[in-house]
Design a binder for this molecule. Structure first.
Ligand SMILES: NC(=O)c1ccc[n+]([C@@H]2O[C@H](COP(=O)([O-])OP(=O)(O)OC[C@H]3O[C@@H](n4cnc5c(N)ncnc54)[C@H](O)[C@@H]3O)[C@@H](O)[C@H]2O)c1
Ligand SMILES: [Zn+2]
Length: 271
């Protein structure tokens, strides 16, 4: 299994890294797998009986902005301070060693690939990024860099004032990420990234492609579907699915039931 994966990595001309929340777990970030996983990461919401979907609702920015910014401010602070684990760097070495092309497709909003030194114009963030803000209304289509400092009371998970605001209309602002039941998400940035990715795929479709899928869950299966679509549609593409709990994929694609760092290190040892 690892020998096969190493042989694919050694030969590949194009790396497509598809990543879900599991990619960050070995850096110390929580995934939100099931209510149990979410409540373990956020005991305050467990006490309130609120799920991830309950918290990730854009209506809170209008009705209870201190609650909304408690959740997103906490995550912003966490994603700013965390250091990407070694697996990010090992994969970068594979790309450099092969002189290969690379693109990242992720549902993570945490900006960890940029932090690990992956090129900004080779990343598709399908659900947006917490490091960008928009107006909650929105009063216009603008988005801007999130350089806000938000302080949180970690027992209540509520944010202290002042809360981030839209520079145009003065309304409370919100992260430029797709939430549940979200009609106000400004998706131009993601659409531009998507166009860049489609161009990349068109140019590289006939080459030897390794899709390295890491920590993508099946509950919201966007990332898994992207990997599989490339795996089945491109003749010389192989998907390597790294996931300790739900690694299933049909052969000739490769299933590695290990954590991100462990799997990447084991492949690396065989190169
Ligand atoms: N860091 C983030 O940006 C972040 C974190 C949590 C959730 N989200 C959002 O939540 C939604 C659900 O995302 P999801 O399906 O990726 O998350 P998920 O929490 O549903 O699933 C995480 C997956 O990672 C796997 N996993 C757990 N530990 C791992 C490890 N150490 N190494 C590799 N894999 C591991 C799990 O088996 C699971 O399949 C997405 O829309 C995403 O935007 C984002
Ligand atoms: Zn506004």
């Amino acid at each position: 299994m690892f020998n096969h994966a190493a042989a694919i990595v050694r030969e590949t001309e194009v790396f497509i890294i598809t990543a879900g929340a599991g990619m960050g777990v070995d850096s110390g970030l929580p995934d939100f797998r099931g209510d149990h996983g979410f409540w373990k990461a956020y005991p305050a919401y467990s006490r309130l009986g609120l799920s991830f979907a309950d918290c990730a609702n854009p209506q809170h920015f209008a009705h209870d902005p201190s609650f909304a910014w408690g959740f997103y401010g906490h995550r912003t602070n966490l994603y700013r301070t965390v250091i990407p684990h070694e697996g990010f760097h090992i994969i970068k070495e594979w790309i450099a060693r092969n002189g290969a092309n690379c693109f990242v497709v992720t549902s993570n909003v945490d900006g960890q690939f940029q932090k690990a030194g992956y090129a900004e114009d080779r990343i598709l963030e399908v659900h947006g990024s917490i490091h960008w803000l928009q107006c909650q209304k929105p009063c216009r289509n603008a988005i801007w860099v999130n350089d806000e400092i938000v302080r949180i009371d970690e027992t209540t998970m509520r944010a202290f004032p002042p809360l981030p605001r839209c520079p145009d209309c003065g309304e409370v602002s919100r992260p430029n990420i797709l939430m549940f039941g979200d009609w106000a998400w400004q998706q131009d940035r993601t659409l531009k990234q998507e166009q860049a990715f489609n161009r990349f795929l068109m140019h590289n479709a006939d080459r030897r492609i390794a899709v390295i899928e890491i920590g993508a869950g099946s509950a919201i299966a966007t990332i898994r579907a992207t990997s599989e679509r490339i795996g089945w549609n491109c003749e010389h593409a192989t998907v390597i699915r790294i996931n300790p709990r739900e690694p299933e994929i049909i052969s000739p694609h490769i299933s590695l039931p290990y954590t991100a760092l462990e799997a990447v290190q084991k492949i690396n040892a065989l190169l």
